[in-house]
Design a protein around this ligand. Structure first.
Ligand SMILES: CC(C)(COP(=O)(O)OP(=O)(O)OC[C@H]1O[C@@H](n2cnc3c(N)ncnc32)[C@H](O)[C@@H]1OP(=O)(O)O)[C@@H](O)C(=O)NCCC(=O)NCCS
Length: 180
C-alpha cells in the first residue's frame, strides 16, 4: 500500500507548551508551532505574522535571545536548527533541516525514500536577507549578511557577505576604520 498521509493538526499552541520560552517573547498573530515541546526560545525574541515553525521529535529547534524572525518564514527543525543570538531573519526566509535520500532507482518516488536529517546553525549576529532558503548541513558563521533571495546550500565563513543561487561570498565584513 502507498504511504498514507496523516494530518499534522493546526499548529496552535500556548507558550507554556514550548520546550522553553524566555521573557518578552512576541509571537504575532497567525504563527503556527508544531511539536512545540522541542522548540526552545530565548529572551526578547520577535516572531512575525504567519511564520510556521515545525519542531520535530528528533532534534531541538532553538532560537536564542534577541532574535527577530520576519513574517511568513518557514523553519523546519528536523535535523536540528540553531539560530544564535542577535540574528535577523528576513521575511519569507525558509530553513529546512530535512531532505529525502536519493532513491537508487529514479522511477521510485523520491517522496517515499527515507529522510536524511542535516543540521543547520546560524551563528550569532547574522542577518539573513528576505526570501532566502537555507538547506543541507550548513553553518553560517558569525556576523554574516546573506543577500535577499539567496540559496544557502553550503557553509559560509564568519564575517562574510554572501549572495546568489547557489550562495557565494562576495566580500568580507571588516570594521569601517580597519585598513586591512
Ligand atoms: C547582500 C546585501 C547585504 C549587500 O549589501 P551591500 O554590502 O551594501 O552590497 P552592494 O549593494 O554594494 O552589492 C554588492 C554587489 O552584490 C550585488 N547584490 C547585492 N545584493 C544582492 C542579492 N541579494 N543577490 C544578488 N546580488 C546582490 C550587487 O548588485 C552588487 O553587484 P555589482 O558589484 O556587480 O554591482 C544586500 O544587497 C541585501 O540583499 N540585503 C538583504 C536585505 C534584507 O532582505 N533584509 C531583511 C533582513 S532582516
Amino acid at each position: 500500500m502507498e504511504k498514507q498521509w496523516k494530518g499534522d493538526g493546526a499548529g496552535t499552541f500556548k507558550k507554556e507548551y514550548l520546550g522553553s520560552c524566555g521573557q518578552n517573547v512576541i509571537i504575532e498573530d497567525g504563527v503556527r508551532i508544531f511539536h512545540p515541546e522541542n522548540v526552545y526560545i530565548g529572551d526578547n525574541v520577535y516572531i512575525g505574522h504567519d511564520t510556521i515553525i515545525k519542531g520535530y521529535y528528533l532534534h531541538p529547534l532553538t532560537i536564542e535571545s534577541n532574535c527577530w524572525i520576519g513574517q511568513r518564514c518557514f523553519i523546519h527543525g528536523a535535523g536540528g536548527v540553531t539560530i544564535k543570538e542577535y540574528a535577523g531573519i528576513g521575511p519569507s526566509v525558509h530553513i529546512l533541516a530535512s531532505s529525502h535520500i536519493d532513491p537508487d532507482d529514479p522511477n521510485e518516488p523520491t517522496l517515499f525514500s527515507p529522510l536524511h536529517f542535516p543540521s543547520i546553525t546560524i551563528e550569532k549576529n547574522c542577518n539573513i536577507g528576505m526570501c532566502s532558503s537555507i538547506i543541507g548541513d550548513v553553518t553560517i558563521g558569525e556576523n554574516c549578511k546573506i543577500g535577499a533571495n539567496a540559496l544557502v546550500n553550503r557553509s559560509i565563513p564568519s564575517n562574510s557577505v554572501a549572495v546568489g543561487v547557489p550562495v557565494k561570498v562576495i566580500k568580507k565584513r571588516v570594521k569601517k576604520d580597519d585598513p586591512s
